[in-house]
Write a protein that binds this ligand. Structure first.
Ligand code: ADP
Ligand code: MG
Length: 540
């Protein structure tokens, strides 16, 4: 008998696999790298990132989720961190950087524990305990708000926009945002954020932004012979082209004599006429089409006094459908009077030097447009991101009626109370809970660092302020000292924090529990790297 052991292959030959500590180290490194990237953007003094895509298009942003989405990250563990930002964006709309930075810090601290030979499952369990406790602590810390307290709601909006592209018009925008939300909320105070449409216009300054009741579309009527204004508008919402294009007739025609051509053109015109007739028969006097409208159709619609716009975005079609009560029709044969939407007035209005279509006094009056203006596309885009963050925050605050102080104050207080709680635990779990508490402090520390302050001094001062009972004492990033964030109006919805802690701890636990990365053979890019593991992303 020979002693030689035959190797056994259970995976395809070109499968890449790393196990144990290496797998953990690699995943943690990738996750930390993601967090590190957005860390410098955190807070009012955070810097922006300039992202250039393969087409050369440029985005300048301070918004965590926007940056991460544009970066096209490939490492599997890093992607999981990006998911945290996306969840945060979907659930609240703000706090994406916080969530990612927190996840990175939790993993970084876990790594220290791993180095001390604490088993990942113990860390995981400790983190879960800590996350649950933080939830309770946060809930107790939070202040209840009165839903009619417009001043406070404005402060929440301002906090979200501080240091973003909207900085010098944040007061005006906060006013518009609170007004918009009030406008669309029903008797019970419920809101559907789909009722707020954001339209952007390059030109003028941000402070010229305005809130308009109804829907404003960046579209002008397709034919000058159409009316400028239609009252008692019956609106046909079409998801079907009024033109003969490849979609309608996909046939090759060979023409042998000129008469044939003429008859073909006549036929085409007749088909267009037919389509327009269907619209006229439905008694619509306004047509909003997601698709194109052919020249002949434009002329015919104009002749019949119908106002029409084309190539409207799908999201706007849905908003119009909600606002006017009309149904979006994708087959003209199905168009009938019942499906039309209603608006008191549809008119072409000049905003700046461009014509836009204004749909107002709709059947459902709860729809507003926030028209954002700004000097350039980059500016209006970034203002839009800041405004959507602020809308999400005000909404989140209204939903559960609870808010917390920002500027890192809540994180310091949570860390302090979590440490007190950890005293009741024993041994290794306690270490994990303490590591969690330390991780919470990454927020104030980073706020200080990004403001060019000495983080050690700042943390010492903050902690002593909290020891004295100042639960909302946070970082004054503008004056470089400790401030009462509540008094200064730096206020955030509770939900930003609970969601950030929840997703950050979940992803940290998930990544910690992975001890084996098996990258399938098929599609391996070669170079000894499993797919999606760019060089430099780890020690493969
Ligand atoms: P995120 O994507 O996490 O929302 P931000 O860049 O918007 O990241 O930064 C949010 C952090 O900035 C929060 O911790 C918030 O409390 C803090 N912050 C906002 N306004 C101020 C302010 N005026 N002073 C100090 N900190 C602030
Ligand atoms: Mg924010």
């Amino acid at each position: 008998m020979s002693n030689q052991v035959q190797p056994i292959f259970i995976l395809p030959e070109d499968t890449k696999r790393i196990t144990g500590r290496d797998a953990q180290r690699n995943n943690i490194m990738a996750a930390k790298a993601v967090a590190e990237t957005v860390r410098t953007t955190l807070g009012p003094k955070g810097m922006d990132k300039m992202l250039v895509d393969s087409m050369g298009d440029v985005i300048v942003s301070n918004d965590g989720v926007t940056i991460l989405e544009e970066m096209q990250i490939e490492h599997p563990a890093a992607k999981m961190i990006v998911e945290v930002a996306k969840t945060q964006e979907d659930e609240i709309g703000d706090g994406t950087t916080t969530a990612v930075v927190l996840a990175g810090e939790l993993l970084k601290n876990a790594e220290d524990l791993l180095d001390r030979n604490i088993h990942p499952t113990v860390i995981s369990k400790g983190y879960r305990l800590a996350a649950e406790k933080v939830h309770i602590i946060l809930d107790k810390l939070a202040e209840r708000i009165n839903k009619d307290d417009d001043k406070l709601l404005k402060q929440i909006a301002i906090t979200a926009m501080t240091g973003k592209g909207a900085e010098n018009a944040k007061e005006i925008l906060a006013e518009l945002i609170v007004k918009a939300i009030k406008e669309i909320s029903d008797e019970e105070g419920k809101v559907n954020l789909d009722d707020i449409k954001i339209e952007k216009k390059v030109g003028n300054g941000i402070q010229d932004s305005e809130l308009i009741k109804g829907i404003v579309l960046d579209k002008e009527k397709v034919h000058s012979g159409m009316p400028n204004r239609v009252v008692k508008a019956r609106v046909a919402l079409l998801d079907v082209p009024i033109e003969i294009k490849s979609t309608e007739v996909e046939a090759k025609i060979s023409i042998t004599d000129p008469n044939q051509l003429q008859s073909f053109l006549d036929k085409e015109e007749e088909m267009i006429r037919n389509m327009v007739d269907k619209i006229i028969r439905s008694k619509a006097n306004v047509v909003v089409s997601q698709k194109g409208i052919d020249d002949v159709a434009q002329y015919l619609l104009a002749k019949n006094g119908i106002y029409a716009i084309r190539r409207v975005k799908e999201s706007d079609m849905e908003k119009l459908s909600r606002a006017t009560g009309g149904k979006i029709i994708s087959n003209l044969n199905e168009l009938n009077e019942k499906d039309l939407g209603y608006a008191g007035v549809v008119e072409e209005v000049k905003f700046g030097d461009e014509d836009m279509t204004y749909v107002k006094d709709c059947k459902n009056p709860k729809s507003v447009t926030l028209l954002i203006k700004g000097g350039s596309k980059h500016v209006v885009d970034e203002v839009e991101r800041a405004v959507t963050d602020a809308i999400g925050d005000v909404n989140a605050a209204l939903i559960d009626g609870k808010v917390v102080g920002g500027a890192g104050s809540v994180e310091i207080e949570v860390a302090k109370q979590l440490r007190e709680y950890s005293n009741k635990l024993s041994g290794r779990e306690q270490l994990a809970v303490l590591a969690f508490a330390d991780a919470m402090e990454v927020v104030p520390r980073t706020l200080a660092e990004n403001a060019g302050l000495d983080p050690i001094d700042m943390m010492t001062n903050l902690k002593s302020a909290h020891e004295k009972g100042g639960k909302w004492m946070g970082v004054d990033v503008f004056r470089g000292k400790v401030m009462d964030s509540w008094k200064e109006g730096v206020i955030e919805p509770l939900k930003i924090k609970t969601q950030a802690v929840k997703s950050a701890s979940e992803v940290a636990e998930l990544i910690l529990r992975i001890d084996d990365v098996i990258a399938g053979g098929a599609g391996n890019k070669g170079g000894g790297m499993p797919q999606g593991m760019p060089p430099g992303m780890g020690g493969y």
